[in-house]
Ligand binder design. Structure first.
Ligand SMILES: NC(=O)c1ccc[n+]([C@@H]2O[C@H](COP(=O)([O-])OP(=O)(O)OC[C@H]3O[C@@H](n4cnc5c(N)ncnc54)[C@H](OP(=O)(O)O)[C@@H]3O)[C@@H](O)[C@H]2O)c1
Length: 312
């Protein structure tokens, strides 16, 4: 089938293109000017140049499609450049959903995120509202909510390359963030999920009517406490790392003052979401989709050994 794909040029998107092409589908990508070189398997894709806020380009990308995947999202907003959660995760998703209705493409798979809810950070809230819009659109929709996604980012950035750059390589101890007043009580866990498992889930769901109407967390098979995540990334980088307790409250306060400046590595909301934890059980959906989830182990993190985690 021909599959409209929004956000096909980034980390997860590049694996979505791989999985679609490997399954014999033809991706139809909306690509913004300057990102053309990032399209993988360009010969096997249909490419429409345009922005997500251009209704005509969005419709054009969907023309002749049998299904749609909406995967555009950001981790940090830059309002002065028009890069906001609202524009890309809510208005953009709405625009793609409404265009699918107009053009008559009935199947829609939406990229969301683990733990999104109505009253939360703008990242989570915009994703949640996009889910609601899909649910009321009349389309045959499926939502996936991944935990943190790991895998070779192919020159982009994923959470391991970012942590390697910001916490593992600098010659200072890594923080063991905790909420409240005691490190013994304020820990959190994550269930990193492999990018190829995420891409496979999207592509299998397109072909499985059973998944219509479903909203599925995509979490890896192991919930690891934060120090365990740091240790595995450090081991994959060939380092040993001292980890010291760090209360998150003062760091969040500092981020509240400085996160409007791009040099500051983390935003207040990112810290809020980090310490909420990001784990869950996706055994049932991986069984439904016949996917064997890959573990977050050092052997799977080979790509960290030489990566220098370039910026975007
Ligand atoms: N990575 C994770 O751990 C994780 C976890 C849960 C959910 N997700 C979700 O998965 C999706 C993909 O994430 P990712 O990590 O692959 O991000 P990414 O590498 O930054 O890719 C983002 C995609 O969105 C596009 N995009 C970004 N800003 C845009 C803009 N202003 N206008 C139009 N397109 C824009 C990018 O296009 P360009 O190539 O033109 O920049 C790219 O195709 C997002 O929705 C994210 O919220 C990711």
């Amino acid at each position: 089938m021909q599959v409209g794909l929004f956000g096909g040029t980034g980390f997860v998107g590049s694996y979505l293109v791989d999985a679609l092409v490997a399954a014999g589908h033809r991706p139809s990508l909306l690509v913004r000017a300057g990102s053309e070189d990032r399209v993988r398997h360009a010969d096997a894709c249909r490419i429409v140049e345009g922005r997500i806020d251009e209704a005509s380009a969005v419709e054009e990308a969907l023309r002749g499609c049998d299904a749609v995947i909406y995967n555009i999202g950001i981790l940090r907003e830059y309002p002065s450049r028009g890069i906001t959660f609202r524009a890309l995760q809510l208005d953009g998703a709405r625009s793609a959903i409404d265009a699918a209705v107009r053009v008559g493409v009935n199947r829609f798979v939406l990229m969301s995120a683990n733990g999104v809810e109505a009253r939360s950070t703008p990242y989570q809230e915009t994703k949640f509202r996009a889910e609601q819009h899909l649910a009321t659109s009349g389309l045959a929709g499926t939502v996936f909510r991944p935990s943190v996604v790991f895998g070779d980012p192919r020159g982009r950035m994923e959470f391991c390359t970012q942590l390697a750059r910001d916490m593992i390589r600098p010659p200072i101890p890594a923080p063991n963030f905790f909420t409240g007043w005691s490190p013994a009580r304020g820990g959190f866990a994550m269930s990193p999920v492999h990018v190829e498992n995420v891409a496979a889930a999207f592509v299998r769901a397109l072909e499985m009517a059973d998944t219509i109407g479903g909203c599925y967390p995509l979490c890896g098979p192991e919930a690891l406490p934060w120090p365990g995540i740091i240790r595995r990334i450090a081991a994959a980088c060939g380092r040993r790392k001292l980890i010291l307790p760090a209360p998150v409250a003062p760091i969040r306060l500092l981020a509240g003052l400085l996160d409007r400046f791009e040099f500051f590595p983390v935003t207040r909301d990112q810290l809020t979401m980090l310490v909420q934890g990001n784990s869950g059980d996706s055994g049932a959906v991986f069984r439904l989709l016949d996917i064997q989830p890959r573990k977050f182990v050092v052997d799977e993190l080979d790509y960290l050994r030489d990566s220098q985690a370039p910026g975007r």
